[in-house]
Design a protein. Structure first.
Length: 144
C-alpha cells in the first residue's frame, strides 16, 4: 500500500545528547548503531500562512553502543513531516493501533535520521575520544 508520495520533511531537531566514554578503547571494538521511532503524533502545522496543514511529529532515538562496554552515544530528537490529511490520519491511526509505519514512510524517515545522526555521532565521538561509529576511509600503503 503506497500511502505517501514524495517525503516532505519540514523540520528536524535534537532534544538531547548523551555521550559517555567509560574506558580507554583498546583491542577489538564492536560498535552497533540503532534507531528507534518512539512516538508518532498528529499535529496541525502553520507554515507562515493562516491556513493550518496536517503533519506528523516523529520522536526518535539514535544510539551507538561500544563493546566491550567502553562508551555510548544516544541522541533523541524529532522530525516534522507534512502530508495529505487523509494520509496523516491513516499513518496516525496505524501507529496508535500497532506501532507500525508504511514501508515507504519508514524508509524515508529512518534514512533521514541516520544521515543526520551519524554525522552528529561522529563529531561527538571525536569530542570524547571514542572510535568513529562508522568505518571511515583510510589511506593504505601501495606496493610497487
Amino acid at each position: 500500500m503506497q500511502l505517501g508520495g514524495t517525503l516532505v520533511i519540514i523540520g528536524f531537531s535534537y532534544k538531547k545528547f548523551n555521550v559517555e566514554r567509560k574506558g580507554i578503547p583498546t583491542g577489538k571494538i564492536n560498535i552497533s548503531n540503532n534507531i528507534v521511532i518512539q512516538n508518532v503524533e498528529e499535529k496541525q502545522l502553520s507554515l507562515g500562512g493562516k491556513e493550518r496543514q496536517e503533519g506528523l511529529i516523529f520522536t526518535f532515538e539514535f544510539t551507538s553502543n561500544y563493546e566491550p562496554n567502553i562508551g555510548s552515544i544516544a541522541l533523541t530528537g524529532e522530525i516534522v513531516y507534512m502530508e495529505d490529511p487523509k494520509v496523516v490520519k491513516e499513518i496516525s491511526k496505524n501507529w496508535k493501533k500497532d506501532k507500525k509505519l508504511p514501508p515507504d514512510i519508514m524508509k524515508g524517515i529512518m534514512n533521514n535520521i541516520l544521515t543526520r545522526c551519524i554525522v552528529q555521532a561522529l563529531i561527538l565521538s571525536q569530542d570524547v575520544n571514542l572510535p568513529s561509529p562508522i568505518p571511515l576511509p583510510q589511506l593504505s600503503e601501495q606496493t610497487k
